[in-house]
Design a protein around this ligand. Sequence first.
Ligand code: URA
Length: 188
Amino acid sequence: MTKNIPPHKDVSEISNLGNSFNKIVVSRGNPLAKLMVVGEAPGAKEEELGAPFVGRSGKLLDQLLQNAGIDISLDVYFCNVVKCRPPQNRRPTKTEIQENLPWLYQQIKLVNPKIIILVGATALEAILKNNSPISILRGKWINWDGRLAMPIFHPAYLLRNQSKEEGAPMSLTKSDFLKIKEKIDTLK
Ligand code: URA
């Protein structure tokens, strides 16, 4: 079943963030990819370069994808729930998320990915409308609108929790990426 996509606003009206942002950050990667990675919102580096996940978090995300054997130039399309950088990198408000969701739904419709990776709690809550902790839902496949969605820990959280112990966030996330790679391979 297809989601009911609410009508678009003009791009210049995109959220209250319109008063503070410099750039709208839309996407990076292959628009024909089967895997879409959805983050929270651009940070300073993303705003500067006009592409999602190009700062420290993005570099770690790329590394985790590549270490799992995923080709980031071919198999992945990166975007965010919120398209403009919130001031001081604060979490986007519920209103900002609601205002930006139609754009994300359009991206999903156009790219038509089979797999959607929800990076962090904001993406998880915005798409799945589920407030369960990410520590419970991460690594699980969830059917969403005829697609497979999987929440994972945000790389910014992994950068703050770098323990290599088994069962620590980093090792759990590495195993999540192996699951994702396995799933991509079944689609080829
Ligand atoms: N964090 C996100 O959630 N998205 C980005 O694009 C960068 C950092």
